[in-house]
Design a protein around this ligand. Structure first.
Ligand code: ZN
Length: 214
């Protein structure tokens, strides 16, 4: 799969996670030539080959689709907007209540609690949106993974395994607010839709051995 997608393979890593947790997990990290895909040993021990192939292909999707650089850019934008908004609200509050609170300006350490309050409120409010950005990216990796591994059953079974620590069937509102990955239900639906759309078109597609008789 790596060769088919022009991913250079120099070394193969396996994360020894089982000493700390029993959770199945995999990820892509690094950039500028240091990128690596890692599958943890729980995944390799607990999952079947189709599941492992699907998870590996999902991670390859993050790699091929440049998700590291994209998410870094998106979070840069979120942070820039957050800092800009914090500065504006902070200055406004100090103009109005600064004397009463004994806060002179943004460089005054006495204003730190107010800065933290404003910034953490911003982060709280944008959580559904930042989660959605990540969730959409994860969905892209799922689609890439399905097309690369061609393992819809593996995807559905892996989604069920993740259900041991992620609620499988949240309401759409719950998924929008809290989920930074598609829910198990969405993933199984996607896998089964793919499977239905990729069924052979009928018995006529069966290739038979060439025969000499007419
Ligand atoms: Zn992912």
């Amino acid at each position: 799969m790596a060769q088919a997608n022009q991913i250079p393979v120099k070394q193969v890593f396996e994360v020894d996670a089982s000493r700390q947790t029993t959770r199945v997990s995999a990820n892509v990290s690094g950039f500028l030539g240091t990128t690596r895909i890692a599958l943890n040993d729980n995944l390799l021990k607990q999952c079947t080959l189709p599941e492992i192939r699907m998870v590996m292909a999902h991670e390859m999707g993050h790699y091929v689709l440049n998700h590291g650089a994209k998410l870094l850019t998106y979070s840069g934008i979120f942070i820039l907007v957050g800092f800009g908004l914090t500065r504006t609200l902070f200055d406004g509050a100090v103009r109005r209540w600064g004397n009463k609170w004994g806060v002179r300006g943004i460089a005054d350490p006495a204003g730190l609690p107010l800065l933290v309050l404003i910034l953490s409120t911003f982060i709280f409010v944008v959580t559904p949106f930042s989660n959605t950005v990540v969730r959409v990216t994860e969905r892209e990796a799922d689609a890439f993974g399905l097309n690369t591994s061609r393992e819809p059953d593996g995807m559905a079974q892996a989604a069920l395994k993740l259900g041991t620590y992620r609620k499988l069937n949240p309401t759409p509102l719950e998924e929008f607010i809290f989920y930074d990955h598609p829910s198990g239900r969405s993933r199984i639906r996607m896998a089964m839709d793919w499977k239905a759309a990729n069924l052979p078109a009928g018995e006529s597609t069966t290739v038979e051995a060439p025969s000499s008789s007419p």
